[in-house]
Design a protein around this ligand. Structure first.
Ligand code: CA
Ligand code: CA
Ligand code: CA
Ligand code: CA
Length: 461
């Protein structure tokens, strides 16, 4: 499965919106167990406020199921004789451990997946069964996604917070990917046995919409530009229609029974530095990304590097906020901290002399800029990370210190995640988290019990 680290982090660490709406009627300002205010207007309580002070110095244990088919759960996911992944399959905002293939049990991946529900202190010791639709076109659902003769992936198209199994192509049924996708909604105990249709727009420029995204003569992606929680189908390039990517994107809003049949024009800013916005932007003279920087749930167009404008990446990013009918025609400046150790913030993440990434540590959906390594300052990545809080018009100019646990097994916590070497760790929200991601050690060459009986969790405070 293709899972870039940053995407994984952003996906797994997005602050959960689950909230205990318990209030204390007598208090002027009700607070939760951690002293964080609880709103009284019925809106979901933020699970944390402010970026916090750091990770706990000592870990607590998060229990693992016993190894199965001779395989320990000492990774965030595996794809060998036992294949599993971390996933919130039941939509309760806690991450579950999902086994989708097991060479010791042919039922897994053919009739069902096994789900070890994530709880406060660990994953359930015994799995519950999550039923699968019958294989289609001789293809079993023994992976989270496939792109062969049957193409499918997990995606919440019913907008209930649960992942649905979405078949986007089926070489035994030409209509799939041509006028509809087949959706097996996720429910209690499994995916529906029979699919429902999710309507697709007609093919464009001889290109069928039989994948979750494409690049080529027609380039499209899935992103929520309408801000209603449902993914929309966004065509950013069409070789049969020159205005696409130059003046506008075509937006097919996602609805209950499918994407709209006809597109709405979604306005683009003018080209800059001779670069059109006809791609998704991680390369070339102008580098940009779709990222919700202003926390309104619409993905904004964020330019973080522009070879025609020195200030981009050194003083500011340019934010073209997403609106109802398009991106803002003119950008708003989004302030950046000064370069550190000779390295500018002209990317969303780097792992060089300066290592940084984006992470929401304050549960407000705005990402913070987190410097986790700085070769000019040894204590960054050793004793602390430097966090520049995300604010309305930019990242704070000065960082806040975010404490780190001591190095273990000779490995420092100088990355947001590491799957190599002596120590495997990542940032995850597990169980009854307050919302900030915890630092989770899932493998430790110096401690064989880690990854066998438990993971170690350093909670963010
Ligand atoms: Ca769903
Ligand atoms: Ca939408
Ligand atoms: Ca936005
Ligand atoms: Ca934030």
């Amino acid at each position: 499965m293709r899972t870039p680290t940053l995407l994984l982090l952003l996906t797994l660490t997005a602050c959960s919106s689950a909230a205990s709406n318990e209030s204390n009627p007598g208090d002027a300002t009700p607070v939760d167990d951690d002293g964080n205010p609880i709103p009284t207007d019925g809106s979901p309580a933020p699970l944390c406020t402010g970026v916090g002070t750091g990770f706990a110095a000592a870990p607590r244990r998060y229990a693992l199921p016993a190894p199965r088919c001779s395989t320990s759960f000492d990774a965030l996911g595996k794809s060998g004789s036992l294949a599993y992944s971390l996933l919130d399959l039941d939509g309760d905002h806690s991450t579950d451990l999902v086994v989708y293939r097991d060479s010791c049990s042919t039922e897994i991946g053919r009739a069902r997946w096994d789900v070890y529900a994530g709880g406060a202190d660990g994953f359930a010791a015994a799995p519950s069964s999550y039923s699968l639709p019958a294989p289609r076109c001789s293809t079993s659902f023994d992976a989270l996604a496939k792109s062969g003769s049957v193409g499918y992936a997990l995606l919440d198209l019913t907008n209930d917070g649960r992942s649905d199994l979405v078949v986007v192509r089926d070489s035994c049924d030409e209509s799939v990917g041509k006028d509809h996708w087949d959706v097996y909604p996720g429910g209690d105990g499994g995916f529906a046995a029979a699919p429902t249709r999710y309507a697709l727009p007609a093919p464009r420029c001889n290109t069928k919409l039989d994948a979750l995204g494409k690049t080529g003569a027609v380039g499209y992606t899935l992103s929520d530009l309408t801000g209603d929680g449902r993914v929309d189908l966004v065509v950013h390039r069409d070789d049969c229609e020159a205005a696409i990517g130059r003046e506008r994107w075509d937006l097919y809003p996602g609805g209950e029974g499918g994407f709209a049949a006809a597109p709405a024009a979604y306005a683009l800013p003018a080209a800059r530095c001779k670069t059109k916005f006809d791609a998704l932007g991680g390369f070339g003279a102008v580098r940009f990304s779709l990222l919700d920087l202003n926390a309104d749930r619409r993905a904004d167009l964020v330019v973080y590097d522009d070879s025609c404008d020195e200030e981009i990446g050194s003083k500011r990013w340019d934010l073209y906020a997403a609106g109802a009918t398009g991106f803002a025609a003119a950008p708003a400046p989004f302030a950046l901290p000064a370069a550190r150790c000779g390295s500018k913030f002209d990317a969303l993440a780097k792992n060089d002399a300066l290592g940084f990434g984006l992470l929401d540590l304050s549960c407000d959906r705005r990402p913070e800029l987190v410097v986790h390594e700085d070769t000019c300052d040894d204590s960054v990545g050793g004793k602390r990370w430097d966090v520049y809080p995300g604010e309305v018009s930019g990242f704070a100019a000065a960082p806040q210190s975010f404490a780190l646990p001591a190095a273990r097994c000779r490995a420092r916590f100088d990355k947001l995640a590491s799957g190599y070497g002596e120590l495997g760790f990542a940032l995850l929200t597990l169980g009854e988290s307050r919302g900030r991601p915890s630092l989770v050690v899932y493998e430790d060459a110096c401690d064989a019990a880690v990854g066998k009986t438990h993971w170690d969790i350093y909670e963010a405070k």
